[in-house]
Design a protein around this ligand. Sequence first.
Ligand SMILES: [Zn+2]
Ligand SMILES: [Zn+2]
Length: 809
Amino acid sequence: MTSNDFSSARLAPRHDLESSSAATVSAGPGPGPSPADLLRRLRARGAVDPVTHVERVPARVGVPAPWPSWASAELRAAFTQRGVVAPWQHQAEAANLAYEGEHVVVATGTASGKSLAYQLPALATLLSDPRATVLYLAPTKALAADQLRAVAALELEGVRPACYDGDTPRAEREWIRRHSRFVLTNPDMLHHGILPGHAQWSGFLRRLAYVVIDECHTYRGVFGSHVAHVLRRLRRQCARFGATPVFVLASATSGDPATAAGRLTGLPVTAVTEDASPRGGVTFALWEPPLLPPESSASSSVPAQTTGGHDGATDLIQVRRSALRETADLLADTVAEGVRTLAFVRSRKGAEVVAASARRSLDDAVPGLGDRVAAYRGGYLREERRELERALLHGDLLGLASTNALELGVDLVGLDAVLICGYPGTRASLWQQAGRAGRSGQEALAVLVARDDPLDTYLVHHPEAIFGAPVEATVLDPANPYVLAPQLACAAVEAPLTPADLALFGDGAKEAVDELVASGALRQRPTGWYWRHRERPEVDLRGEGGAPICVVESSTGRLLGTVDGGSSHFLLHPGAVYLHQGVSYVVDDLDLVDGCALVHTEEPDWSTHARDVTDLSVVSVRSYVDAGPVGMFLGEVDVTSQVVSYQRRRIATGEVIDTRPLDLPTRELRTVAVWFTLSPQSLARAGVQSADVPGALHAAEHAAIGLLPLMATCDRWDIGGLSTAVHPDTEAPTVFVYDGHPGGAGFAERAYGTASSWLRATRDAIAECGCETGCPSCVQSPKCGNGNSPLSKPDAIRALDVVLANLPA
Ligand SMILES: [Zn+2]
Ligand SMILES: [Zn+2]
């Protein structure tokens, strides 16, 4: 068996297969094996037990509360008919606060019924005040559509709920503005459509009683900072029309949700976090794929989890069985046991690979059994997705592989097993995904399968970092000048800015306005600051680092989509394989002047991986810690980078086909960085030879970037790094880690604030990895611009020990 051969995935031993014969399987969801039994069988398959930890998450009994006295009989009856007998305690508490006029965030687990917490006060108000209106914001159109269905199903007189987004036909828009009292939309539409057209919305905004912000934890980083200002612009328009709506936010479980919601809305927000909904117990296993025998690891590389872009390994040597293959095997095994299983995979391509591989293994064992497994495919319509979910809930389908939880319908809960292929980046998302498992009164299994990655490796060996730690706080930084200035420009177009507005937009607003005046974008008059141009400023909430690039199919001229300017050199360079909604394209030309990339459909059997070179200079130091031979700094830096080449790699094996040069311009990024310096003497005393300093720092840098998501809600693609044995600005051996977004996104700041625990985790992750000289689980990085050279694992540990010994905790 070659190390990348999916088709020879193992199935459970023969005697187990017989106990789950086709008859058992087709009986649909029933009392399958207990999670403990199931796990015992799964982990007994290989020579080495891959399970590093098993955590029992106990069942919880629900705490119901009475209906609020202000909820009318009609409203209660509507909910009762939909199966809600009484609210849970947290729903009632949040609903009461909101009804009394307090801004509130309810931050509880998956399927805890957060929607009732905002539906109750919002709908009660719509029923009692026939003029009132409600604005609901979801991060995705799909979620808004689900919510529309739920509200419409209540059949309440005069509410007339409607979605208003990019897909809404022109003909219906005016009707919605005039007549709907419950408008469901997304921040992008609010930013591009509703706020610029506030005059047409004045009737709606004047009567606005509630703003509901669903899944508010998704508004993080630069995107979150933009959304924060869009909400301030909304509040400003409401105030002009005399309305002061109450904000009700729903969040996945997150650390300090009141502060995050306060930053997002700019208002004082009360948090309700005590989840009072019932849930079944979950047996949660941490699973580390076994090391491959040495001979097979020499010839193969990491299989690409996704194609295209700055993902995937270049010179990484695979030493472990891949998480994709391990997940595919586990999916096949659980399905063969008749267990309804949902597998989360980080990329769409990965989800398809997992499903296809599990199908093949099952068909090999029992012809036809493979049909019981499916993947969510890009391009599927919402109806088709909901049909797949329904099939899984009813047991017609036993296995489903999907990307992230946001795409899934809210009803898809109560599964018997959830497989999580790779740590999803935050504990909050991990719990969200695991929360799909477990029906009330029934035990379920959740398995986290570690990828070859320092963070995953650290976590499966440090279960306390998952089960003992609070979930992360959502990080956003509305004071980012690169967000604030364009948002103030948008606000000025909507209505001239006044001194009172500056307080609304918060820290840095005055400076940003002054700069907009200096650059000629605003003109100051006695009545305020006015936008000077004819055209509105172009501001994309989700894109950063330059204007978005349009992706156009050459043969038809069809616009497929846009890619933010910051990623375009990585994703859309000539020759890049670009995936859009599950269809594969190859880029013919990237025209940076016109801002478009021409592509044609083609499905080559390779993926492409761009490589870049980076230079960094320090602009200013905001804060520092002087710790003897060690210095820790936070400040502004200028990063210059250039995408210089790309590799083509076989999708099936990860084998490198060739490296091709590229001719793309350099790009500048002014951002925020955290960096530490060590004196050469302290390194020498710790046993790091001067020739090994570059390898020590480079390895430490890679692992530190890999572990930062433990501290902040980012992933390693949000962050860049640079290490050097002597940097001209610090004149010492230095490791830099910077935010990959203009102006910073709060990640480096968070790293600086948690430096000792961050670097402690980094050091432990490297030290505890079972490899000899470094691997993707510890010090190798899939996005290294230097081909993962030089790297010294033992010297990285020595260097980090010096830092930790000197840095105050
Ligand atoms: Zn390793
Ligand atoms: Zn590197």
